[in-house]
Each structure stands twice: as C-alpha cells, then as structure tokens.
Design a protein around this ligand. Sequence first.
Ligand SMILES: O=c1[nH]cnc2c1ncn2[C@@H]1O[C@H](CO)[C@@H](O)[C@H]1O
Length: 321
Amino acid sequence: MAAQPKKIIIDTDPGIDDAMAIFLALRSPEVELIGLTTIFGNVYTTLATRNALHLLEVAGRTDIPVAEGSHVTITKDMKLRVADFVHGADGLGNQNFPRPKGEPIEQSAAAFLIEQANLYPGKVTVVALGALTNIALAIQQDPAFSKNIGQIILLGGAFAINGNVNPAAEANIFGDPDAADIVFTSGADVVAVGLNVTHQVVLTDDDRQKLARSDGKFAQYLCKILEVYFSYHDYAYNTKGVFLHDPTTLLAAVDPSLMTYAKGVVRVQTSGITRGLTLLHDTQKRFGEVTEWSDKPTVKVAVTVDAPAILNLVMERLMDS
Ligand SMILES: O=c1[nH]cnc2c1ncn2[C@@H]1O[C@H](CO)[C@@H](O)[C@H]1O
C-alpha cells in the first residue's frame, strides 16, 4: 500500500522560487498541502499573503487555507530587509497580477501552526522558506510545539560558505537571526537546507526554454515570472541560470534521500558584523570548556545533494501540470 501523503504547511514569502515550491508541492503525490503561512523576506508579509492567495487561485486550490504571519521580527524590529530586487516589486516578476478574491483565515500563522501540530501530533512537517519568525513565535507560545511538530525543514543558512546578503549571512536567517536561533535550539526535529546545498541546484536557460515549450499550466505561469529572477542572477552571479532554493527545500520533505546530512548543534550570530551567520558544531570534538553550543539539542544540516535528481523532479512535475 502506498504511504500516506505527508501533511505539509509551507511558511512562505512568495517570491518566484516560492511559487515554484508551492506548485511543486501541489504536483507531488507524496504531499498533502494543508496550509500556507506567510512571512516577510522576499516581500513584506502583507504582499506575501496576497501572493500566496493568488498562487492558490492560479492553481485552482482555494480550498487550502492561508494564515498571515508576523509583520515584525521576534524582537519587534520593524525595519525589515526585503529582497524585492531579486523577485520584482510585486514579488512575482513584476507581472501586476490581479488582486486575489480570497482572504486569509482569521488565525495568525503561529496560531495555525500550533493548532495543526496539536491536531496531528508528530505528523505535520513545516517547510519554512522565509524568515523564521512565525516558527519561533509558535515555539514561544506553545511549550509543546517543538515536540508536537513532526519536522521543520527550513531553507536557511550558509554552512561553511559565504552568505547571499553579505559574506556572513544567508537572507532568511539574516531576516530574523534571533528567531532562527530559537528554532535551531528548540529541540524540534529540524533539517536545515542552506546555500551550500541550494547553490548546486541550478535551473539553466535551456531548462527554462523546455518549460516554456511544455504546455504545463504551472510551467507556463512560471516562465512568465522567471525573467526577473534570471536577470538578478545574471547581475549578481554572472550566470545564465537560477538557484532553486525553495524547490530544493520542498523536495527534502518529499524524499529525504536526495540529500545527506551532518548532525550537530547550530547557533546563530545575532549581533555584530557577522549577524545572521550560522555555525554548526558537528560535535566531533569534545571541548574542555562550556561553550554556547554545549548541551543544546542537535539538528540536521544538509551537506550533499543529488542535484540532477532534484532538477529532474522539478522539471517533470512542473511540465506535467
Ligand atoms: O542575493 C540575495 N539577496 C537576498 N535574497 C536572496 C538573494 N538571492 C536569493 N535570495 C532569496 O533568498 C532565499 C535564499 O537565501 C531565497 O528565497 C531566494 O529567492
């Protein structure tokens, strides 16, 4: 008998690669998408909510609830860093899509996460694609959340490589480093997929043209919004391809064997010039002194990835839609 599909909530800041990940989830028989929660990152939270509702309308899946997340960081900082220069001012490739008809549910993102984790203890996976504020709020508001939630698979960090905001920090962690440190040290089953992995998964211009030639509904939609993301990569990395951060992270939930993982304690730098830096202690050395990593719960950090297999899945599933 086929395994039950995994109940997944995507915490998202759509975002061009978020749109890919959401569509991929909807095209994955292994996944039951039970909700979207929204957060700032690629865009402000209000726009993330609008885009999440819009994407579900495009997919014909307005039955899936959207819960709006925090508009400020966990320390109530209102000065957010938003990457509209990566995704366009509207977050979706400057297409001026019509305003969605739907509305978010009354519950906040954190309340929705807590409710679903309580409803299906150990069975819900959160795939976190933006700043980690909503997840940290859920951890703070419900002491049982880190036990009840099945797994938290997050796109975040740059393990032993440079970041993408600055040499120290990756964008999602930099967006709310205090929240990220709460999540990493919460004791939940956390899997971090960082730039060290996602920078190996590249959608080339050839792949984009293949998508354009297919008559897949999602493929056609994505080709419209991808241009801005390609231009940004050309400018920032001098490449004619784009990194598939969010789809790669979603696929870690679909098939964990697409990656290998190191286990250890991750702490996040929350101040100074390396604010947002993620540092894994792989626990191979026993330090003589007590450190800020001592006695903290371990997490898994993705270290290698089967990039061709991931790209195949992305292409197949988006073209067949
Ligand atoms: O250069 C960048 N600055 C800020 N955000 C970026 C950049 N490149 C990609 N992303 C966005 O941040 C997440 C991965 O860190 C992804 O959502 C990606 O779209």
